[in-house]
Design a protein around this ligand. Structure first.
Ligand code: FES
Length: 106
């Protein structure tokens, strides 16, 4: 089973903000949605754009390249041209520390 990786503190990621962190060699887009934290693979499933640089619309992220939309909470595709969901990584918050685990190969 993969390990939890410290990726920052809750103080450093305010509500509505996102940042890219590295988890075991994978770029992960970390989001704070009103105090709830979500971690998605930072690669659009349509054509590989960095999803974290897209526009946040509530709990939706819009890809900066061709405007596919994904749920930040579930990774589900909400608008084409993407058809495959984004992977959502488990997030753990403990004493203000944000930890993410790459569970794709568990
Ligand atoms: S690369 Fe994201 S919609 Fe095309």
């Amino acid at each position: 089973m993969s390990n939890w990786v410290n990726v920052g503190t809750t103080v450093d990621l305010k509500p509505g903000e996102t940042k890219v962190v590295e988890v075991e060699g994978t770029d992960v887009a970390l989001f704070n949605l009103d105090g709830e934290y979500y971690a998605l693979e930072d690669v659009c499933t349509h054509d590989g754009a960095e999803i974290a640089s897209g526009c946040i619309l509530g709990d939706v992220i819009e890809c900066p390249r061709h405007a596919a939309r994904f749920s930040i909470r579930t990774g589900e595709v909400l608008a084409p041209p993407a058809y495959e969901p984004l992977h959502v990584f488990p997030v753990d918050i403990r004493e203000g520390l944000i930890r993410v685990r790459d569970d794709r190969w568990d």
